[in-house]
Ligand binder design. Structure first.
Ligand code: B12
Length: 302
């Protein structure tokens, strides 16, 4: 964490500057709070820490420290900023590590998605719009996000399968697939089989897929609308097919803020985010278990 030698840490703890607990066998144990207190009180700076390494701690160690502090104090804007830096730099390992450590510190996968990734991506969009970010940086950030969130998702527990199927996709002309992936991961954590049609799926084809998979749920994520008239034309058949097959239709995404788009997409539920979405599916499909709660912070990594 501070890139100092073991003997420095022993010296600080023996002098009482860095509080420690002793195991029955005499080993030192440090609570996160004790480390943070020591750091805040300036102990690290006053010590001969830099001399151990012949200078200031390396960037990696400083980043680790910043992340630990932000996680310990649930400093969401700092966490967003740290994630933003990793994403725009195309640093998939750092993005994945941030999500992993957030999980270990008791932040649920949904909370990470809603309170860290989403605002960071919105900021990326805003900076791109203002000409402060290059398109390639936005592309890198998208790739990092898709990979990092999937990496964590693969390692998390899932509720037992209930034999339920959800069909998910973005309408034709919409290439924004990150929210879609978040929805799919959320469903899988809840024990659903989520069939992804991916971004840019024509609605008439969505309707065909409903006939093929007979899902209980259809989830549409729309960020932008490409051809409003075409959507208007195709949506009617899609919705009728979904209803006839007994599927509920859930919509979400920035495109539905437009009243014209909203009025075309007749739906059963309009999700503002993932939290209200999970509440909805748990309420409407009650036997689906819950697996998205994080472990207690004291527990070891999953
Ligand atoms: C990444 C990105 C891209 C990437 C997408 C890569 C990928 N693989 O997905 C690329 C580079 C392809 C792209 C392209 C374009 N983009 Co773009 N993009 C973005 C950016 C930065 C992030 C999008 C994102 O992933 N957000 C994160 C998600 C998780 O947040 P969210 O959508 O709000 O979703 C949350 C909730 O709404 C909800 N939710 C969403 N959907 C659903 C669905 C269900 C069922 C449920 C339950 C919940 C749910 O859950 C999420 C969880 O928090 C946004 C900025 C922004 N404000 O979002 C711009 C943004 C959306 N893009 C924009 C634009 C203009 C474009 C282009 C037209 C640019 C161009 N001239 O080429 C193209 C259009 C491409 C196309 N045909 O779709 C504009 C749209 C403005 C507008 N309203 O018209 C934005 C807002 C940027 C800006 N500030 O101007 N983009």
């Amino acid at each position: 964490m501070w890139a100092v030698s073991e003997s420095s840490v022993k010296r600080w703890s023996d002098s009482g500057a860095l509080a420690c607990l002793r195991t029955p066998g005499g080993h030192r144990r440090f609570t996160l709070q004790a480390l943070l207190d020591f750091q805040r009180s300036g102990g690290l700076l006053r010590s001969d820490a830099s001399a151990d390494q012949g200078g200031a701690p390396p960037d990696g160690a400083r980043l680790d420290l910043a992340l630990d502090l932000a996680l310990a104090s649930r400093d969401w804007s700092r966490l967003q900023a740290l994630y933003y830096e990793a994403a725009v730099a195309g640093d998939e390992a750092a993005g994945a590590a941030l999500l992993e450590r957030a999980w270990q510190s008791g932040i649920s996968a949904i909370e990470s998605k809603e309170r860290i990734l989403t605002p960071a991506l919105h900021l990326i969009g805003e900076r791109w719009r203002r000409g402060e970010l290059n398109i390639w940086e936005e592309h890198l950030a998208s790739q990092v996000t898709l990979a990092a969130t999937e990496q964590l998702h693969r390692r998390l527990p899932r509720a037992p399968a209930q034999g339920r199927v959800a069909l998910c996709g973005c309408p034709e002309g919409d290439l924004h697939e990150i929210a879609l992936q978040m929805v799919i991961e959320t469903l899988e954590a809840e024990g659903w089989r989520a069939v992804s049609l991916g971004p840019n799926t024509p609605l008439f084809s969505f309707a065909d897929a409903v006939e093929r998979f007979s899902p209980q749920l259809v989830c549409i994520s729309a960020t932008i609308v490409h051809d409003l008239e075409r959507l208007r034309r195709d949506y009617g058949r899609f919705y009728r097919t979904a209803r006839q097959r007994g599927a509920r239709v859930v919509i979400g995404g920035a495109a539905f803020a437009d009243p014209q788009v909203h009025s075309i997409f007749i739906h059963d539920f309009h999700a503002g985010g993932l939290t209200d979405f999970v509440e909805y599916i748990r309420r409407e499909f009650p036997s689906a278990g819950a697996a998205s709660a994080p472990p207690p912070a004291a527990e070891s990594a999953p």
